[in-house]
Design a protein around this ligand. Structure first.
Ligand code: SF4
Length: 241
């Protein structure tokens, strides 16, 4: 029996939207941000009557049921790295299991983790997908309730560790999607790695709380403009979602 349990908000055995290929997705409870545009605000508190405590062995048992149909596992949230010792232990166990070690191991994160956390995860993690809600600190604080210095440092650290799988840009019309903001964001990302993979997450109103319920959803025309500005600044890979 392994030590330690995680507080888990949800387990999705087959997911096409939580990383490359078909993935087993584990959503951990708890997040240090309080995003106005959060689609799963029930995962923000560090505790919830709806969450379940699962050990590494519990997760491995569920993963084994799904393993013929998935290419990897993604740990998401909430914020995955708030329970990073569990994530590390889980990924180590996967690497040590002959029937599981072919699976890729990914973290889906808001970037709110120290360099030490990423350094500890890097040897057992194939990559991290990081949300960048806003390059501008004031806008980031407005959208998330937190500063973005740790997020920016995480993107840089993961690139240095060769573990930056993707950066996701949440784009909200009228909040963080001007041509100038997009251009500065692209320049910052290109400065870290011109081959960085960027996914666009277009703001939608379903599931969000006030005041974001009253915001304008992004359209396909918005996406076309976003992609044009970002690629014109040298971002070589823009993956639409
Ligand atoms: S980082 Fe994600 S889970 Fe946390 S509040 Fe923001 S959108 Fe919700």
């Amino acid at each position: 029996m392994r030590a330690g349990q995680a507080l888990v908000a949800d387990v999705v055995p087959f997911s096409w939207v939580d990383g490359p290929g078909n993935r087993f997705a584990l959503f951990l409870q708890g997040c240090g941000f309080d995003c106005l545009a959060c689609h799963n605000p029930q995962t923000i508190p560090d505790d919830s009557v709806h969450a379940q405590k699962l050990s590494v062995d519990d997760v491995l048992a569920r993963l084994r049921e799904a393993v013929p149909f998935v290419t990897g596992i993604t740990v998401s949230g909430g914020e995955a790295t708030r329970q990073w010792p569990f994530v590390r232990e889980l990924f180590v166990a996967i690497r040590e299991s002959s029937d599981l070690r072919h699976l890729s191991t990914m973290v889906d994160s808001n970037g709110d983790a120290s360099a030490q956390v990423w350094q500890d995860l890097a040897p057992v993690m194939d990559g991290a997908m990081i949300d960048l809600k806003a390059l501008d600190p004031d806008v980031h604080r407005y959208l998330t309730g937190r500063d973005n210095d740790v997020v920016l440092a995480s993107i840089r650290t993961l690139a240095e560790l060769d573990r930056l799988a993707e950066v996701r840009l949440l784009l909200v019309p009228g909040r963080n999607d001007s041509d100038d903001v997009l251009a500065r964001t692209a320049d910052w990302l290109v400065g870290i790695d011109p081959n960085i993979s960027v996914r666009l997450n277009l703001f939608a109103t379903h599931g969000v709380r006030s005041p974001a319920k009253g915001w304008t959803a992004a359209t396909s025309a918005d996406r076309a403009r976003y992609e044009a500005v970002l690629t014109n600044r040298g971002l070589t890979i823009v993956t639409a979602s």
